[in-house]
Design a protein around this ligand. Sequence first.
Ligand SMILES: [Zn+2]
Length: 473
Amino acid sequence: MPQTPSLFRTPTALAMLGLAAAAAPLALVGCEDTQREVELRAAEAMGGIATRVVASRSEGQGGHSADFIQIPVEVRKLGDFIYQARGVANTQVIATSQGHVVFDTGLAIQAAKQRRLLREALPEAPITHVILSHSHQDHAGGTRFWVEDGTEVVAHREYPEEQRYLKQLEDYFWFRNRTLFPFMPESPPKTGMFAYGNVVPTQLVDQPNRLEFSQGGVHFVVLPTPGAEGSDNLCLWLPDEKVLFSGDSFGPNFPQFPNVFTMRGEKIRKPIEYIASLEMLIELEPEMIVPSHQDPIRGKEQIRADLIKMRDAVRYVHDATVAGMNAGKTVHELMAEIALPTELELLQIHGKVSWAVKSIWEYYATWFHFDSTTELYAVPLSAVQPELAALAGVDAIAEKAAAHVAAGENLEALHLLEVSLAGDPSHRASLETRLEALANLLHRAETTFNNSYEMDFLKYRIRVTKEALGAGS
Ligand SMILES: [Zn+2]
């Protein structure tokens, strides 16, 4: 799941921030517990407003990401001592007589409410551990609300570095995410309770070592499982109960073809590491998986079959890409050719096979594709597109593009339209043809893999094109 919104800079939300700031001096005269109580109440009130703003902005937008904000924040019991607070991302608590273990802390704006509801449902006991599945905001956002004196904050050894770059590039990634998810606030909160990037782990776990401990009669195993949503992924395993808390190790759906890399950006994810992580999880033979998005999955045999399918699908795409590279095929040939065989077919709502092919290709070959000398230098094709448009004439190019669209060649049309629109950005026939090509691609996406990122990007391009048409009328 992407880094989802963490605060909405609406006037109302800002007013609430002001209220919280005003409450702070009062808190100073009270004891530490009172301060914490004030902060938690403010966080819940502000977070509730922010959640409602996002939910109302996302209504009618469609898409899987918009659906997540509609999930109610409520607590359910998944076993004798396993509690979960639902939301955009789930927060889990394993309750023991010697203290509680928290796995993931949810999206910052929902975390204070999740914590209060869980606290009301749980027996009174200290929080001994907060275990974070990875550094994405929707999994670590509420950490500060849970940590008490003596709480261990457990994360992967790569967590601090992942958090460092996500924070340093926060504006860049925010812009990309907001392009896909326009219901997000205009900018990220840089300070305050909802700001990203302030988690300080007290205990780091790194493969091949596991962290094991027993507490109140429950045995806990923290497993490093890099490669899924980043190199800092962890899972929590309860071997006696055969319950696996998977964080985002499988992405937001199970089973599915994973996001080997994400088109939103972020650092590379290593396909072979991910296959190894899946191997380890298959060996555990879980009877229940509790992911940090959506609902738990039960049934040992089906879970095993699905995990094997995911592993084999990633391996298949990896091996086919490598074979194609060695055979001298281009990345585009491989993107078009490689498809999962029937027995390995999986949902491609989140990850997409053709994008995995491209990212595995680039993972090994990196940025220089050996296709053109110009790739080595800072003058892109767009530098000469206006000249091409002038040579061919924008009307003629638009006409040719329309013929491609009529023949079902929407990508060929879009290439040509980049040229004509470089020559005349408000050329109406070009914009109308672009709109048609994008609508065709969106229809194809909806009726094939239903990939959320592909559809979100196409919707963004459709919005931009409609705006340009509106501005020109
Ligand atoms: Zn997530």
